[in-house]
Design a binder for this molecule. Structure first.
Ligand SMILES: *[C@@H]1O[C@H](CO)[C@@H](O)[C@H](O)[C@H]1NC(C)=O
Length: 126
């Protein structure tokens, strides 16, 4: 096999084996059940209920050809308001989410650990 063929084969195997993971964990201060519903352009992952400290995992392959892979979720607890957040946006080139992202959902918005020093960073709802 030529070097080029081998490279192409390896690249396609890598691309096929690539899986991103996004974890969403209920860290609500009042220990309420967290109702989440995540979707992408093509997939509706359906409604899920997370008890305190429980996680939901989204596994997917980003679209390396066209880009634009986006997962957005709604969040609700108690009888409250519906909040929204984009848990993965390929076009943001977010290196924290290159392989996996772990979001911890608080009432003021989702947080995650960023960088080598694992600084906890929180984001406002959309
Ligand atoms: C949830 O996890 C945190 C940290 O891991 C722990 O301190 C807390 O006790 C847990 N809460 C419940 C209700 O299990």
């Amino acid at each position: 096999m030529s070097v080029i063929v081998r490279c192409v084969l390896m690249l396609s195997m890598l691309t096929l084996a690539w899986a991103n993971h996004v974890f969403i964990t209920n860290h609500l201060e009042g220990k309420e059940d967290l109702h989440i519903h995540c979707k992408s352009k093509d997939d509706d992952l359906g409604p899920h209920v997370l008890h305190i400290n429980q996680s939901f995992r989204i596994t997917f392959r980003p679209n390396f050809v066209t880009g634009g892979t986006l997962f957005f979720c709604s969040f609700q607890w108690g009888n409250g308001h519906l909040f929204h957040f984009d848990v993965y946006d390929q076009d943001k080139n977010d290196k924290e989410c290159l392989f996996e992202c772990k979001w911890y959902v608080h009432k003021d918005g989702p947080c995650r650990n960023e960088g080598d020093s694992s600084v906890r960073k929180c984001y406002p709802w959309k």
